[in-house]
Design a protein around this ligand. Structure first.
Ligand SMILES: NC(=O)c1ccc[n+]([C@@H]2O[C@H](COP(=O)([O-])OP(=O)(O)OC[C@H]3O[C@@H](n4cnc5c(N)ncnc54)[C@H](OP(=O)(O)O)[C@@H]3O)[C@@H](O)[C@H]2O)c1
Length: 239
């Protein structure tokens, strides 16, 4: 069992919190609007409500806000996040899905890590999964694969345990040093970059990667993004 705090009360927060509770984890909801946080916790049943800016109760803190707010939110919590595993689920892409909003040579997760206190570890996860797929927890009756990446092995292990509690399969995509997937829109993650140190090995991942290695132009990326929900089937686990 993991203890989870979720910052944000939107679609992803709701989907993750629901799965987390069903998986026997403790869940704290933190919203900038306390009324919304209370309402979500009440709707979920079993979740607690945390206070903005104070130390989250969870060992794993999921930042479920738009990338545009994520760095500021992590900065705002500052030392309150010391020792926490921060899960970055954001996609730092432009509104038209054609590019990235991160500085050249960096990535969303790296920018979030810069804002986090020493002693906190950032793990990228869940960003490639649509919220409805997360809420369902499976596609066509098969559990989904969840790609994770980060630099701290212990932090990744803790997130992996959490993902397994959701009935999903964690797939280690390597370390932050391999930045291709941090820089790539969700629909074409795991492609258009050199092979990571630890390549996802399931057939779902390899099929997905092979199909998307040709994704290079803005138009192609956009077209693929608009269909990514349909393509979520790629994430269904193939034993
Ligand atoms: N939706 C998906 O299928 C999906 C899939 C993969 C990844 N993601 C990523 O997941 C993240 C959340 O997406 P979502 O669909 O859940 O978005 P959403 O439904 O719009 O919810 C966003 C939440 O962020 C909160 N928020 C925004 N700015 C904030 C700030 N400065 N401080 C505190 N809270 C703030 C909002 O609070 P208020 O309610 O008070 O406005 C809201 O609760 C995004 O980064 C997105 O890229 C989404």
């Amino acid at each position: 069992m993991s203890s989870i705090s979720i910052i944000g009360v939107g679609n992803m927060a709701s989907a993750l919190a629901g799965r987390a509770l069903a998986g026997g984890n403790t869940v704290e909801i933190i919203g900038r609007d306390p009324a919304k946080a209370k309402a979500l916790a009440a709707a979920l049943g079993g979740a607690t409500v945390g206070r903005v800016g104070t130390a989250p109760s969870g060992d794993i803190v999921i930042v479920a806000v738009p990338y545009a707010s994520a760095v500021a939110v992590v900065s705002e919590y500052g030392d309150a996040l010391h020792g926490k595993v921060i899960v970055d689920i954001t996609n730092p892409i432009t509104p038209d899905f054609t590019g990235f909003v991160t500085p050249d040579g960096s990535s969303g997760a790296q920018e979030i890590a810069k804002a986090a206190p020493a002693g906190a570890h950032v793990v990228k996860a869940f960003n490639t999964l649509p919220c409805d797929v997360l809420a369902a927890g499976s596609v066509d009756g098969r559990p989904v694969d969840v790609f994770i990446a980060g630099d701290d092995a212990q932090a990744k292990a803790r997130v992996s345990v959490f993902i397994e509690s959701l009935g999903m399969h964690p797939m280690d995509a390597g370390s932050c040093r391999w930045r291709g997937h941090w820089r790539t829109p969700p629909c074409c993650s795991w492609a258009s970059s050199p092979t990571p140190s630890s390549t996802p090995t399931s057939s779902s991942a390899s099929t997905f990667s092979a199909e998307h290695t040709r994704t290079t132009t803005k138009g192609q990326s956009h077209a693929r993004f608009s269909h990514w929900r349909n393509r979520a089937r790629r994430f269904a686990h193939h034993p």
